[in-house]
Write a protein that binds this ligand. Structure first.
Ligand SMILES: *[C@@H]1O[C@H](CO)[C@@H](O)[C@H](O)[C@H]1NC(C)=O
Ligand SMILES: *[C@@H]1O[C@H](CO)[C@@H](O)[C@H](O)[C@H]1NC(C)=O
Ligand SMILES: *[C@@H]1O[C@H](CO)[C@@H](O)[C@H](O)[C@H]1NC(C)=O
Length: 333
C-alpha cells in the first residue's frame, strides 16, 4: 500500500508548484534537529525531530509543506525499558503500515551502558502517538559501537520494507560522535547499513543487515543520517534507481553536509556510488550553516533537514524544507 501511495504522490507533484525549491529560513524558530518526514494518505505532512527540552519526540505538522506548526505533546513518552531514563531520543522516523498502524524507529542510549546507542521500535494507531515501544531494541550491535539514525524505506518495485541506519563505531573511540580518533586509537568504521524488515508487522528483521556505504577519506570522523528513496529510471534493471542521502562530518562542525550516493541495481545490492559533490554544505550561497540530517519522502521530491541558525554551528539547530530535482543519477536542490 505504501508503495502505491508513493506512486500516487509522485503524480500529485503539481500541488507543490507554490513551494519554493528551498526554504531560506527555518520553518519555525524552535530547536528541531534530525527531522524526518511522512505524508498521510489525506496529504497531511508530519515531521518528527530528535528530543528537545520539552518532548522525547517532538512533532510538527503542515497541510501545504510551507506553514509548519510545532506541537506541544510528546509522540514517544516512553522510549522502552532498554533505554536510559530521561532519554535523549535521536532521529525518530515514522511510516504508515498496511494494517493501519504507524511504526516509529528511533535511537536512544542503553540503560545498562549510556555510552552505547541502539535502535528501538514503537507503534501507534495514531500518527501523533503516543507510540508504544517494544521491550527490547530492534537492533543493538554493541560490539560494533551500537547503532543509530534509522530511516524507513518502502521499495516501489515490490513493496518490501527496509531500514537504513548507521553503525556508531565512533562510540568505541575517545571523542565519541565528533572525535572517532585519538593519538592512541585509529578511527573505527561507521558504515551505513540496510536491513530488510517484515512489512506486515514493521517490527521484525528478515535476514542479516548489509553494508551499503563506507566513510571516505574526505568525510570527517563520521557518516550518518541515511535516508533512501527510489526514482523511475529506464536504465535500471527493475526500472528504479535508488538514492541514498547521508551526512558527512560532525553535526556541529562547519564541515557537516548533505550528500548522496546511488545504486541502479536495488536498495540492498551492495555499495552505493557516491556523487562527486555534496548536495548542500555551509557557505555555498544558500544561507545554510552545517546543513544535514536530510530525510526524503517516498515521492523522491520533498525533503526536510537541519541547519544551524548562525554560522559556525552557532544558535539553534532548526528544521528547513526543500524540493529536490532528480535527473538521471543527478540530484539538485
Ligand atoms: C526550550 O527551548 C525553547 C526554544 O527552543 C526556549 O524558548 C525555552 O526557553 C527552552 N526552555 C527551557 C526550560 O530551557
Ligand atoms: C544491555 O542492554 C541491551 C539492550 O537491552 C542488551 O542487549 C544487552 O545484553 C545488555 N547488556 C548487559 C551486559 O546486560
Ligand atoms: C511477517 O510477519 C507475519 C506476521 O507475524 C508472518 O505471518 C509472515 O510470515 C512474515 N513474513 C516474512 C516474509 O517473514
Amino acid at each position: 500500500m505504501q508503495y502505491l501511495l508513493n506512486i500516487v504522490l509522485t503524480a500529485s507533484v503539481a500541488v507543490a508548484a507554490t513551494v519554493p525549491s528551498f526554504s531560506k529560513n527555518a520553518v519555525f524558530p524552535n530547536v528541531f534537529a534530525d527531522p524526518s518526514l511522512v505524508q498521510e494518505p489525506n496529504g497531511q505532512y508530519w515531521a518528527f525531530g530528535s528530543s528537545n527540552n520539552v518532548s522525547n519526540v517532538p512533532l510538527a505538522e503542515s497541510v501545504d509543506f510551507v506553514t509548519w506548526t510545532l506541537q506541544t505533546f510528546d509522540a514517544l513518552p516512553h522510549a522502552g525499558k532498554w533505554a536510559a531514563s530521561a532519554p535523549a531520543v535521536l532521529s525518530p522516523n515514522v511510516k504508515p503500515l498496511d494494517n493501519g498502524e504507524y511504526v516509529m524507529y528511533y535511537s536512544a542510549a542503553l540503560a545498562n551502558n549510556t555510552k552505547i546507542h541502539c535502535i528501538g521500535v514503537a507503534t501507534s494507531n495514531d500518527i501523533k502517538g503516543p507510540y508504544q515501544p517494544t521491550p527490547e531494541p530492534f537492533l543493538c550491535p554493541i560490539a560494533d559501537g551500537g547503532a543509530g539514525d534509522p530511516s524507513i524505506f518502502f521499495d516501489p518495485v515490490d513493496g518490501s520494507m527496509y531500514l537504513v541506519y548507521k553503525v556508531n563505531g565512533n562510540d568505541l573511540v575517545p571523542g565519541g560522535l565528533c572525535g572517532n580518533q585519538s593519538p592512541k586509537q585509529a578511527a573505527k568504521p561507521t558504515p551505513i547499513m540496510v536491513q530488510k524488515v517484515n512489512s506486515t508487522t514493521g517490527l521484525t528483521a528478515i535476514g542479516a543487515p548489509k553494508v551499503i556505504l563506507q566513510r571516505g577519506a574526505n568525510e570527517g570522523p563520521n557518516i550518518g543520517q541515511p535516508s533512501l528513496t527510489a526514482n523511475y529510471n529506464p536504465d535500471a534493471p527493475n526500472g528504479f534507481a535508488y538514492f541514498l542521502f547521508y551526512s558527512s562530518g560532525c553535526y556541529d562542525s562547519v564541515k557537516y553536509d548533505a550528500r548522496y550516493a546511488t545504486n541502479l541495481n536495488g536498495p540492498a545490492a551492495g555499495l552505493y556510488t557516491k556523487a562527486a559533490t555534496p548536495l548542500m554544505k555551509s557557505g555555498d550561497g544558500k544561507n545554510l550553516h552545517s546543513p544535514g540530517s536530510l530525510d526524503i519522502s517516498g515521492d523522491a521530491q520533498h525533503v526536510v533537514f537541519s541547519s544551524y541558525e548562525c554560522a559556525y554551528a552557532q544558535g539553534r539547530r532548526q528544521m528547513r524544507t526543500g524540493l529536490v530535482q532528480i535527473k538521471g543519477l543527478n540530484v539538485t536542490i
